[in-house]
Design a protein around this ligand. Structure first.
Ligand SMILES: Cc1cc2nc3c(=O)[nH]c(=O)nc-3n(C[C@H](O)[C@H](O)[C@H](O)COP(=O)(O)OP(=O)(O)OC[C@H]3O[C@@H](n4cnc5c(N)ncnc54)[C@H](O)[C@@H]3O)c2cc1C
Length: 450
C-alpha cells in the first residue's frame, strides 16, 4: 500500500431513513462534539461494534493511556444501531463437506466468532446490560417452502459433520412460537445472542465513557501523518501516536483498499407498536427472531417492549450494491414494497398494521471474504469490512486491532490474521450491473422465502 502523508477524507457516511431501534428508545445520552485541539495516546475513529470493541480492548491493555473515540454522527444511529441484532457464532454458509481443509476453516471461524461473542457478553456483564438488550437465547433458521426446508437439511448435515448442537422445530412448534403458520420447519442452534442493537451500543458506550473520551457529531475529515498523527474534525483536532480506523466500508473514503471493497445496502421496516388486540390475534411468544433458510430470504423479529418501546415486528430483506456508498430513494421504495409483501405473507392476522419506520444500512464485503484489516500506515490500523455477521466480526476486528497495535501478537490474533488481501474487483459499471442483476435473480429464486 502506497505511503501517504496527508489523507483527505473523501466522503462521510449517509444512512437512509431513521435508525428505528434507536428511535424507539428513550432519548439517548449525548456526548460532546470535539470543539478544541487535544492530545491523546490513541484515537479510534467510528463508534460501531468495531470501534467500541477496540476501545474496550485498548482500555484493558493500556489502562493508563488516554483514549479518544470520535463518531461522525450520533452513536447507534449508524449501521450498528440499524441491524437485526443477531450475533451469530456459526457462518451462514458452512463448507465442511465441500472441499478439503474446509472443515478446519469452518471450525476456526466459529472459534473466532465465539471469542467475539464472549467478549461482548463480558461487556454486557461489566456494564450491567440486561436480557432485554443482550439475550443469549440462540437463534432459529426457518423455512417457509420446500426449497427452504432443503436448505435447512443441508445446513443440518454440515452441523453434524462439525459436531455442533442443534434442534429441529416442526411447523406446529414454529406456529406456537411465532404465531405465524408460514414456517414449515426451523433449526435452532444455541450459540447466538439476540441484542437490541441500539440499546447495546448505547449501554456499552455509557460504560466505556468513564475510561474513554467519546465525541459525537465529530466526523474525521482529514488525517496528517507523521511522527505523531493529527486527526482533524471540523471544529477540533487530536494529536496522537496511534489511530484505529473502525469505519467499516468508509475506510475507502480514507483512501485505503481502493477498488477492493463491495458496498452493499440492506433494508428493513418496523411496525408501529401493536395494540393489545393485535398481540392477541398474533399469538405466539413475546420475543423471537428467525433468520431465513435461503440467503436472499427475509429476517423477521418480534421485539416486545424493551425499555417501553412497544411490541413490534421487524422485517429485513433486499440487498443492493451501491459503490457510491449511498442508497437511492428507488432502493428504499423497492425494499418497502418487498417488505410489505413479506409481512402480509407471514402475518395475515395483522392486516392493517402499518410500518412506522423504514430504513437501510451499509455492509462491507470483499470478493474473497477477508476483512480490510491490519496496519495500513505507520501506527494506523484498520478494523474494517466485516463481510456479513458484522455485529460479531466487527467486535472481533476491533478487539484484534487493539491487540495488534499494543501486543503485536496474541494467540487469537494469530488465528484471526488471514494474510490474503482483499481481491481486486472488476471495474464499474460491469461490477454494479452484474452484482445487482445477480441479486435480483437470486431474490426471485428465493420465492416466498423473500
Ligand atoms: C438492516 C441491517 C440488518 C443487519 N443485520 C445484522 C444482523 O442481524 N447481524 C449482524 O451481525 N450484522 C447485521 N448487519 C450488519 C451490521 O450492522 C454491520 O456489519 C456492523 O454494524 C458493522 O460494524 P462496524 O463497527 O464495523 O461498522 P459500523 O457499525 O458501520 O460503524 C462504523 C462507524 O464509523 C462511523 N464513521 C464512518 N466514517 C467516519 C468518519 N469519517 N469519522 C468518524 N466516524 C466515521 C460511522 O458513522 C459508523 O457509526 C445488518 C445491517 C443492516 C443495515
Amino acid at each position: 500500500m502506497a505511503k501517504k502523508n496527508n489523507i483527505a477524507v473523501k466522503r462521510l457516511p449517509l444512512d437512509p431513513g431513521p435508525a428505528a431501534w434507536n428511535s424507539i428508545l428513550p432519548e439517548a445520552q449525548k456526548y460532546p462534539t470535539l470543539t478544541s485541539d487535544i492530545q491523546a495516546d490513541w484515537v479510534i475513529v467510528g463508534g460501531g461494534f468495531a470501534g467500541l470493541a477496540a476501545a474496550e480492548r485498548l482500555s484493558q491493555l493500556v489502562g493508563n493511556e488516554t483514549i479518544v473515540l470520535v463518531e461522525a454522527g450520533r452513536l447507534a444511529e449508524g449501521p450498528a444501531g440499524r441491524n437485526s441484532g443477531f450475533m451469530i457464532d456459526l457462518p451462514h454458509e458452512l463448507n465442511s463437506e465441500t472441499y478439503a481443509g474446509a472443515h478446519e476453516q469452518d471450525l476456526r471461524q466459529i472459534r473466532l466468532n465465539r471469542a467475539a461473542i464472549d467478549f461482548a457478553r463480558d461487556m454486557a456483564r461489566e456494564y450491567d446490560i440486561g436480557p432485554d438488550v443482550f439475550d443469549s437465547c440462540g437463534k432459529v433458521t426457518a423455512a417457509g417452502s420446500d426449497k427452504g426446508v432443503a436448505h435447512i437439511e443441508s445446513y443440518r448435515k454440515h452441523l453434524e459433520t462439525l459436531g455442533e448442537r442443534y434442534e429441529l422445530r416442526s411447523a406446529a412448534e414454529m406456529k406456537d412460537w411465532t404465531g405465524s403458520d408460514f414456517y414449515q420447519k426451523g433449526l435452532f442452534t444455541p450459540g447466538a445472542v439476540m441484542i437490541q442493537p441500539a440499546g447495546f451500543i448505547r449501554q456499552v458506550a455509557h460504560g466505556l465513557s468513564k475510561r474513554v473520551s467519546i465525541y459525537e457529531n465529530s466526523p474525521v475529515t482529514e488525517m496528517q501523518l507523521g511522527a505523531d498523527h493529527t486527526v482533524l474534525t471540523p471544529r477540533g483536532k487530536i494529536r496522537t501516536k496511534g489511530v484505529i480506523l473502525a469505519v467499516n466500508g468508509h475506510v475507502q473514503s480514507f483512501g485505503f483498499f481502493p477498488g477492493r471493497l463491495l458496498h452493499v445496502f440492506t433494508y428493513a421496516s418496523m411496525t408501529r407498536a401493536l395494540s393489545r388486540d393485535e398481540v392477541k390475534r398474533l399469538g405466539g411468544t413475546k420475543d423471537w427472531g428467525v433468520l431465513p433458510a435461503d440467503p436472499m430470504g427475509t429476517t423477521v423479529r418480534r421485539s416486545s417492549d424493551c425499555m417501553g418501546s412497544g411490541d413490534r415486528i421487524v422485517i429485513r430483506n433486499h440487498a443492493t450494491l451501491n459503490q457510491s456508498i449511498e442508497a437511492t430513494p428507488g432502493n428504499m421504495k423497492r425494499a418497502a414494497m418487498l417488505q410489505d409483501r413479506s409481512f402480509a405473507n407471514r402475518f395475515p392476522m395483522l392486516t392493517g398494521v402499518d410500518m412506522e419506520y423504514r430504513w437501510g444500512g451499509r455492509l462491507c464485503l470483499t470478493l474473497n471474504s477477508v476483512p480490510a484489516f491490519g496496519e495500513v500506515e505507520n501506527r494506523v490500523w484498520s478494523a474494517c469490512c466485516q463481510n456479513g455477521l458484522g455485529t460479531v466480526k466487527g467486535t472481533l476486528s476491533g478487539m484484534m486491532a487493539a491487540e495488534q497495535a499494543v501486543l503485536g501478537h496474541s494467540e487469537l490474533l494469530d488465528q484471526f490474521i488471514d494474510y490474503a488481501v482483499p481481491s481486486r474487483l472488476p471495474p464499474d459499471p460491469f461490477l454494479s450491473i452484474g452484482a445487482n442483476v445477480t441479486m435480483r435473480f437470486k431474490e426471485w429464486q428465493a420465492g416466498i422465502e423473500l
